[in-house]
Design a protein around this ligand. Structure first.
Ligand SMILES: [Zn+2]
Length: 146
């Protein structure tokens, strides 16, 4: 019986452990019984009530609000500037640092107040390819479309 060559697994991979791609891209966190939520999945202790982990994983909302942002004009070689970096508050009580897309950095600098509390939604895109040929998936937020 001839053995069939297995096709190499080139399925997409998330850029960070707290980004899950299926069934639909979403972020996950961990939640202490006191209600504190963390992006870290292997947190050893809760900083609010000092309970020790590990804590159960929860799915985080794909919608949030911009808490604060900055327009970045200088970055690493190969990173296109300007871009908007932001801290997005999620309804679960956790904050996520991410890039804002579908907003002009130049326009935002002229009208910065338009971004505070702006409702945003999670989007993902291929940001690179790893050595084994997997697409690497990154995440960002864009203004809500509804
Ligand atoms: Zn706690």
């Amino acid at each position: 019986m001839a053995e069939q060559a297995q096709a190499p697994d080139t399925s997409p991979r998330p850029i960070v452990p707290y980004l899950r791609l299926t069934p639909k891209p979403h972020l996950v966190g961990s939640k202490c019984s006191c209600g504190a939520v963390y992006l870290e999945l292997k947190r050893l202790a809760c900083s609010k009530c000092f309970a020790s982990g590990p804590f159960p994983e929860i799915k985080l909302s794909d919608h949030g609000k911009v808490y604060i942002f900055s327009v970045v004009h200088q970055s690493f070689p190969g990173i296109k500037t300007p871009y908007i970096t932001a801290i997005v508050d999620l309804p679960e009580g956790v904050s996520v640092r991410a890039t804002l897309v579908d907003i002009s950095p130049e326009e935002l600098q002229k009208n910065p107040k338009t971004a505070f509390d702006l409702p945003v939604e999670l989007v993902t895109s291929v940001v690179s390819k790893d050595r084994e040929g997997h697409d690497v998936i990154g995440y960002a937020y864009r203004p809500c479309k509804h």
